[in-house]
Every structure is written in C-alpha cells, then in structure tokens.
Design a binder for this molecule. Structure first.
Ligand code: SR1
Ligand code: MG
Length: 417
C-alpha cells in the first residue's frame, strides 16, 4: 500500500527518518540531530542532517515545480528515476556520484552521502576558483556513462528494458523539450530576459536558420535514444573541492543522444567564461581565469574522446559494431573509421546542444546565477549578448567546427567585441 505523500519539514525529519536503520546508523541518536534546508535548485527540498556520528543529505521531490509553485504539478516519480540513474552511473563510473543510503519511492525521498567540503561548481566558478582534475573527471564521466549505457556496451535486452523504464520520465523530458528547445525562440509565457537584450532577442527569434537548428536538435533529443543521459548536466549538478569532483542530481535522466550531456556541460563553462567581467575584480586576474575556464572546456572534450576511444577499443560488447564484423576479419581500419565517424556525430550534436543551452539560460525561464547575480542590467546584458552570439554560431554552424580550439578561439574573439 502506498502512504500519502507528506513533505518533510525540520520538525518532522527526526520522527520520520529516525526509525530507519540505514540513516540512523550514519547519524547516531535522532534526538541529537540538527537539520537545515539547503535546496537552491528549481524543483526539490534538500536537507542536510547533522548527527553525533555524521551527516547525511536528504532530498525529497515535491509534487510541483518549486521554482514556479503548485500551479505547475510535477510527478514525484522523478525521484525513482534519479535513484535508478545514480545506481547506473555508480556502476558505469564508480565513485563519480554520491553513495545512496536509503530510498523511499512513495515519499520520493533519497538519503545519500553528504559531500563535504564540496561546493557547487557554478558557485566556485563565480568566485574564480580552480580545481585540479576537474576536466578529467567530467570528460571521463561523460564517456563512461554514455558509452556504457548504450548498445555499444550493454546487453541489448537490458538496454531496451532501461529504455522503456526511463521513458516513464516523460514529464521531465517535456520540461527539457519545451524549456530548452522551443521557449527561447518565441515569447513563451514564463520567459524573461534582460531588457537591453531586446534587439538581439528579436533578431534571434526572427532567425530561421537558428529555429531550424533548434528543431533538428529537439528531434535528436526526443528521438535518438542512444544512451542513458544524466539529462541536466550543468555546473550546478557538479560538486567540487580543490582536488575532487562529483556529479549529482540526475532526475532528468532519460535515453537520448550522446552529445546532449557533454554539450550542456560545456555550455555552462562557456557562460561562466562570459560572466567573469561581472564577478572578477582585476582585469589581469580575470583574463587568466577566463583562459583557465577555456582550457577546461578543451580538456573535457579531449578526455571524453580519449576515454570513449579507449572504451571503443576495449569494451565494445554490445550489438553495435561487433568485432566479428571488423577486427576478426582483419578489418581493424574499418572499426577505427566507424569510431571516428561516431565521434564526429557526437561532436556535431554536442556543439548544437551547447549553443541551444546558452540561449535558453538567457532567454527562457531557468537562468544561471553567474548572469543573474550581475546587478547592473547593462553589464549583465553585455555578458549575456556574447553568450547568445556564440550560442547562435555553434547551433547553426555546428557542422563547420573541427576542433574545440576553434570553439574557444571564437569564444575569445566574441569576448573582445
Ligand atoms: C522548471 S525546471 C527548470 C530547469 O531546472 C532544472 O535544473 C532543469 O535545468 C530545468 O530545465
Ligand atoms: Mg538539478
């Protein structure tokens, strides 16, 4: 029997979660727990519980979009998809995501590892901090989870079952399909943008090539069910220390095209790059830091392709491109050509999704703190306009770029305009 959903509150946390061994064992006696709500995302409640023996994160989905309110209902079962995605990501890239201690499907509660002293990467990029190994972990995470969740690696019956399972996350896909790919390009009700951007926004909404690109990319997102995606891999879904990087929050997990996660991730670094004038003090230090951000972008793609190539050569156990078709017949060159062409397709998608993400974070409902926290409208618009220009160049011109250095060079040129 299912219990009626009840949102957790600081007053009820100890009473409701205290009896659960897996949580009490981590924290100690519930009467000594203290809790604070720390959720700053768009959808959920998030508590940190501190006990005499440790700390735990408790995340609970609400039956509506927190950012908007009860007028926008959203199914609790997104917690089920988040739980299942975390389990799979941990198998495919061990240690990359928080450990889960407890899951309650009816109450949409996941209790998991409290990452400390980690902070949200987006905040850290606004503060001008660098993180060793960041690009390596993120590039590898993308390669491992995307490759190992696909027909390149999984037993195909298992992949098809997962495809059907994650198809149930339809309402969260619907958010992405509308908020990311459509709303930015017309006057959707919940859109907002900085007033000084009006002429650029009008030009983008009248730009047929851009709207056609967005439609093609939307079709790819909705129809190209290549692998299990994280589904919302932005810099707010990454936690860091000086030397450690972890990925969180895969409630938008779904089957989709391989270029989606990595494109969305890179877009968020590029926007952090353009937002720096709104945050960094001295110009010299800012330029250095901006260069570091672009080096991370280049390294993420470099690590992704290196790891994907390694997995292709060592772990291709799925129904796609069997060794019997290539290597066993002494046709290893064809296998390599197939890999190069596959990576080229991911690259094109990645740039397209990257460009669209840069637009929707400036023109749609869900913006980013890097831009939003620039108090002066004109200064914010100057940063955002550069991101919009690069986004358009990437979405429309995605077939013309051949290396990430071409993207970062263009980012620099636009930054100087
Ligand atoms: C209504 S949800 C808006 C955005 O927040 C999430 O983090 C996703 O990025 C979604 O598009
Ligand atoms: Mg999130």
């Amino acid at each position: 029997t299912t219990q009626e959903f009840q949102a957790l509150s600081p007053d009820t946390l100890a009473e409701r979660l205290g009896p659960i061994d897996a949580i009490r064992d981590r924290l100690g006696d519930p009467k000594d727990w203290t809790m604070r709500e720390v959720g700053d995302g768009n959808l959920n409640l998030v508590y940190i519980i501190d006990g005499p023996e440790g700390s735990v994160i408790v995340k609970q989905a609400l039956p509506y979009v927190r950012l908007v309110g009860e007028s926008w209902p959203l199914p609790l079962r997104r917690a089920f998809f988040e739980y299942n995605a975390l389990k799979r990501q941990d198998e495919r890239d061990p240690g990359a995501v928080p450990e889960i201690y407890y899951f309650d499907e009816d109450q949409a509660i996941i209790a998991m590892e409290f990452l400390s002293p980690h902070v949200i990467l987006r905040k850290s990029l606004m503060e001008g901090k660098r993180h060793d190994g960041l690009a390596d972990v993120l590039g590898r995470f993308c390669a491992r989870t995307l490759f190992r969740g696909s027909d390149l690696s999984m037993p195909t019956a298992q992949r098809k079952a997962d495809l059907a399972l994650f198809a149930g996350n339809a309402e969260l896909c619907d958010i992405t399909e509308n908020l990311v790919f459509s709303d930015p390009y017309f006057e959707a009700e919940m859109n907002r943008h900085t007033p000084q951007l009006e002429p650029i926004v009008a030009a983008l909404r009248a730009d047929s090539d851009l709207k056609i690109a967005a439609q093609h990319l939307k079709m790819a997102f909705a129809n190209n069910a290549e692998t299990m995606l994280h589904g919302d891999l932005h810099t707010g879904s990454v936690m860091v220390t000086d030397t450690e990087t972890r990925v969180i929050d895969p409630e938008f997990a779904t089957y989709g095209p391989m270029g989606f996660d990595i494109g969305m991730l890179i877009a968020n670094f590029l926007m952090a790059y353009y937002a720096q004038p709104g945050h960094a003090e001295a110009e010299g230090a800012r330029a250095n830091y901006q260069n570091w951000i672009l080096s991370v972008v280049e390294e993420i793609w470099g690590t992704f392709t290196a790891e994907f190539t390694h997995l292709w050569r060592t772990e291709r156990t799925g129904i796609l491109y069997q060794a019997s078709l290539f290597e066993d017949q002494g046709d290893a060159l064809a296998s390599e050509q197939a890999r190069i062409e596959r990576l080229a397709a991911i690259w094109r998608d990645c740039l397209g999704f990257c460009g669209i993400e840069m637009h929707r974070r400036t023109l749609g409902l869900a913006h980013i703190a890097e831009y939003d926290e620039i108090a002066d409208d004109a200064a914010r618009a100057a940063c955002e306009a550069r991101g919009l220009m690069l986004g358009r160049a990437l979405a429309v011109g995605r077939v013309n770029f051949t290396a990430m250095t071409e993207v970062t060079d263009l980012a620099r040129r636009i930054n100087q305009e």
